[in-house]
Write a protein that binds this ligand. Structure first.
Ligand SMILES: Cc1cc2nc3c(=O)[nH]c(=O)nc-3n(C[C@H](O)[C@H](O)[C@H](O)COP(=O)(O)OP(=O)(O)OC[C@H]3O[C@@H](n4cnc5c(N)ncnc54)[C@H](O)[C@@H]3O)c2cc1C
Length: 301
């Protein structure tokens, strides 16, 4: 179960007691505050707090651009301009604080994003719950034959059943031993900070993660991308849904320029110009490597 009854009661209580504020609020984000959005089999993301909205981005930008107009259509245009030209500091004026519950192997990828503030559940102090990520059958995929860092079709039949059984029984056996080691019944009990080393990387951890919108977009561009591992991508997808409601103009610009757009090298732009002029450009005449050409074709064809 992603949320404990105590956590759910806390959320219900927080949502039942709104406070008046003079701060800018994003109506879309208010709908998400405190609520948990389920991810994977036991995980979730939930917004603990946020600062700013679309308006905070344009306000900050206008410090450098002067007063200008304040009409809504121009706010959207300005945000698109800032995104298009990598004028990133105005996006740093917005912040989000999330509570995330995620498997440890996903946390290892996530923590590589250094431009955030993190506080993780302490397994030195507390006892971890018996909660392990076990992939749904359709996500129990074979090693990809074309991409060393990817997966192929889902495993089938007896192999799928055997792998699932390994994952479940190994997780449970490791947890049984963890419990037995820390137990103080008739023994001293191993320190929790040592006993945890026996636990597998599919056990769940939790953290608070605070990041500004510029760095969040960077995270989302990398982790909501089709090349990201499924298990972190679903967290990024869930965050995208929240950000879409929080800062609709900024998110639309991000979707268009970053998620939907592409970077082209000088050689690629040259090829594109030659193709538009009617030339039948091939990989051999492009000046690009096979890999570059394959990626270029993926963009333009
Ligand atoms: C598909 C995919 C595969 C990956 N595979 C691997 C892998 O095999 N092995 C592996 O180790 N990692 C891997 N990574 C992690 C990747 O290399 C980055 O560490 C991770 O994506 C975080 O990106 P970042 O450093 O840009 O983000 P952040 O740490 O949030 O930094 C954001 C930006 O701030 C700047 N910055 C932050 N800190 C510094 C600094 N100390 N010095 C200079 N500039 C800084 C950089 O411009 C950086 O882009 C992979 C990531 C992805 C998305």
């Amino acid at each position: 179960m992603p949320l404990s009854p105590d956590q759910q009661a806390e959320i219900d209580d927080l949502r039942a007691n709104p406070q008046p504020t003079l701060r800018a609020v994003s109506p879309g984000m208010e709908q998400h505050l405190y609520k948990a959005h389920d991810v994977l089999d036991h995980g979730f993301i939930r917004v603990i707090d946020y600062m700013g909205d679309d308006n905070a981005i344009t306000q900050a930008a206008r410090v450098s651009y002067g007063k200008g107009t304040k009409s809504v259509s121009n706010d959207e245009g300005l945000i698109r301009y800032l995104m298009r030209h990598w004028h990133s500091t105005p996006f740093e004026m917005c912040e989000i604080k999330l509570h995330v519950k995620l498997p440890v192997f996903v946390a290892r990828q996530w923590i590589r994003h250094r431009t955030a503030n993190v506080n993780e559940y302490s397994a030195r102090y507390s006892i971890l719950d018996r909660e392990f990520y076990i992939p749904a059958p359709e996500h129990l995929a074979a090693q990809s034959v074309v991409n060393n860092q990817g997966r192929g079709e889902a495993l089938q039949g007896e192999e799928a059943a055997r792998v699932l059984e390994f994952l479940k029984s190994d997780s449970n056996r490791a947890y049984d031993h963890y419990q037995q080691m820390i137990s103080q019944d008739d023994q001293q009990g191993l320190a929790r900070e040592l006993a945890r080393m026996n636990l597998p990387a599919n056990i769940y951890t939790q953290w608070y993660w605070k990041v500004d919108l510029h760095n969040l977009f960077h995270f989302l561009r990398l982790r909501a991308d089709a090349h990201a591992q499924y298990e972190i991508r679903v967290y990024a997808d869930a965050i995208c849904e929240v950000v879409k409601d929080w800062v609709p103009f900024a998110y639309a610009a991000f979707e268009d320029y970053r998620m939907g757009g592409a970077n082209l090298s000088g050689k690629a732009i040259d090829c594109l110009k030659r193709m538009l002029a009617g030339e039948d450009v091939t990989q051999e005449t492009s000046g690009m490597s096979k890999g570059e050409w394959r990626e270029f074709e993926g963009i333009v064809r």
